[in-house]
Design a protein. Sequence first.
Length: 197
Amino acid sequence: MERIRSFIAIELPQDLKTELAGLQTKLKVDRPRVKWVSPEGIHLTLKFLGDVDASRISQVSQAMTEAVKGIAPIELTVGQLGVFPNYERVQVVWVGLEGDLTPIDRLYRQLEDSLTKIGFPPEQRGFKPHLTLARVADEALPEERKRFGDFILSSKAQINHSIKATGLSLMKSVLAPRGAVYTRLACVDFGHSDDNR
C-alpha cells in the first residue's frame, strides 16, 4: 500500500509569498547552517499527518469537510517575526499571525476533533499559527544559534499583510534534496459545509 507524507494547511496568495521572499532576502546573511524555505512552499500548517495510507485520503478529506462546518472565510494579518524555541537556541524562524485569532483557533480545534475521530492522535504542543521562513540545521553550534537569534531580534524586520483564508488544503509532501515538493490532494472551502470537492 502506498503511503503519502501529508499535512493539512491554508495555502497563501502569491502576493504574500512575494512579500515573504523579500523578508527572507533582508534576513539572509552568510549563515551556511540555515536552510531557507522556498517562498512557493510557505503555507499555514494546521495539522501534520505524517505517512498516511493512500486508501485513507478520502477519509481525511471527509474529516476536513466536517471540520469546516460553520466556518466563514477568515481574515488573517501577517506581522511580526518570531523563533522557536527561543532567541538563545534558534531552531525555526517564522512570521506570526496577528489580530483576532479566535476563528483560526476554532477551526484548528474542530479539525483536531474530526481527525481524532478517525484515529489521528491529537497534537500535544499548543497551536501557534505561523509561517516558517527558515530552519537552523541540526549541526549548528549553540553560539551560532544565539548569534542568529540576536540578529533576528536586532533586524526589526516585519511585514504587514492581510489575507482572507477561504479553505483548507490536504497537501502531499515529497522530500527532495532541494527541499520538499508539495502537491494539493484535496481542497475544502469554508462556508460550503456540504461541498466535498
